[in-house]
Design a protein around this ligand. Structure first.
Ligand SMILES: NC(=O)c1ccc[n+]([C@@H]2O[C@H](COP(=O)([O-])OP(=O)(O)OC[C@H]3O[C@@H](n4cnc5c(N)ncnc54)[C@H](O)[C@@H]3O)[C@@H](O)[C@H]2O)c1
Length: 316
């Protein structure tokens, strides 16, 4: 576990960044947060307030409410940072199709700014949050890190571009950086635009669930605490430098199977409508995590039934 360090987390007002903040602040780390609290979805202010209620601003953490695209934001950090977790990005495949230029600019330029900052401030470790979406539709499964990259949305291209920039800064400036490809992350405080949170909300209100496509798409749902463990393991391990790792479970289920599990947990009558498949959605996400297991000792612990139950209990 990382203890007594100065850590910058970008995007800590968001879902995964908030969980990482919660875990690391408990270990006596001083956390600097940069987040612009983008209004893509609501609840960030309340979530962050809840996360910080037992901690003291300035002593335990610092909040820089600002945009990573704005160069003046970096002057506000004002302390020596040991480790950076770069999680800020505009997520959402569908949003990226509708706002291609905005997502491209936001995700790529903010990553380049963080890489520049890291090089100029001798950061000891930078961990970059990438995505399984970089692969596009699989040529084979499970997908290992060498699988061809055929992204099918501007979001996925932006995440891949971030990895390529990270690799450039590793090779040309010996920046100690690691990229992690997350697979569909869910759990408490999950993003309201993502299937599990969205479907539970609808089920609890006795409203119809809309499924894009026939529901037979496979998803490697990964519980957020496993992703947090992966992030920390990557930051601690020098063998991860210059490398890319899948972080998933490796046990995908279909969306139809997921919905059955959700209705049975909530004990409500099923109410599902199927509509046309959405552009940018891949058919299968299915991780091969052998590399993360071997190099990082990554070992996902929460299966889909336990993870769904925990998420449902929190939402209820
Ligand atoms: N949730 C998933 O299933 C998943 C899967 C693969 C990869 N990822 C990656 O993990 C990271 C975190 O995802 P999340 O689900 O927590 O998303 P999120 O939207 O909840 O969190 C991202 C945060 O970044 C902030 N942000 C965005 N652009 C910014 C900018 N220019 N300056 C400052 N702050 C900015 C947003 O306000 C938000 O709070 C992202 O990089 C995402 O691409 C997530």
């Amino acid at each position: 576990m990382i203890k007594n360090k100065a850590i910058l987390i970008t995007g800590a007002a968001g879902f995964i960044g908030g969980h990482l903040f919660e875990t690391l602040i408990k270990e006596n780390n001083y956390i600097v947060v940069i987040d612009n609290f983008h209004d893509y979805y609501s609840g960030k202010e309340e979530n962050f307030k809840e996360l910080t209620k037992n901690y003291e601003i300035s002593k335990d953490y610092k909040l820089i409410k600002g945009d990573l695209l704005d160069k003046s934001v970096y002057n506000k950090i004002n302390c020596d940072i040991d480790i950076i977790f770069h999680l800020a990005a505009q997520p959402g495949v569908r949003y990226s199709i509708e706002h291609a230029a905005e997502v491209t600019n936001n995700n790529i330029v903010s990553t380049v700014n963080i890489l520049e900052y890291s090089v100029h401030h001798n950061i000891k470790k930078l961990v970059y949050a990438s995505s399984s979406s970089v692969y596009g539709n699989p040529v084979y499964t499970p997908l290992d890190e060498e699988h061809p990259k055929n992204p099918i949305s501007p979001y996925a291209v932006s995440k891949l571009a971030g990895e390529i920039y990270a690799d450039l800064y590793f090779r040309e400036y010996t920046l100690p950086v690691t990229s992690l490809r997350f697979y569909t992350v869910y759990g408490e405080r999950g993003r309201p635009d993502m299937a599990i949170r969205k479907f539970f909300n609808l089920i609890l209100q006795d409203k119809e669930i809309i499924v894009y496509g026939d529901g037979e798409q496979l998803r490697d749902f990964t519980y957020v605490s496993d992703i947090i463990n992966g992030l920390i393991l990557a930051a601690e391990n020098d063998n991860s430098i210059g490398e890319v790792f899948n972080l998933g479970v490796g046990s995908p289920i279909t969306v139809n199977n997921l919905i059955d599990k959700m209705y049975s947990l909530a004990n409500r009558p099923k109410n599902v409508k199927y509509i046309e498949k959405q552009q940018g959605d891949v058919d299968i996400t299915y991780s091969n995590t052998e590399k993360a297991k071997k190099v990082l000792s990554f070992n996902p612990k929460v299966n889909i039934d336990d993870g769904l139950r925990r998420t449902y209990e929190w939402l209820e």
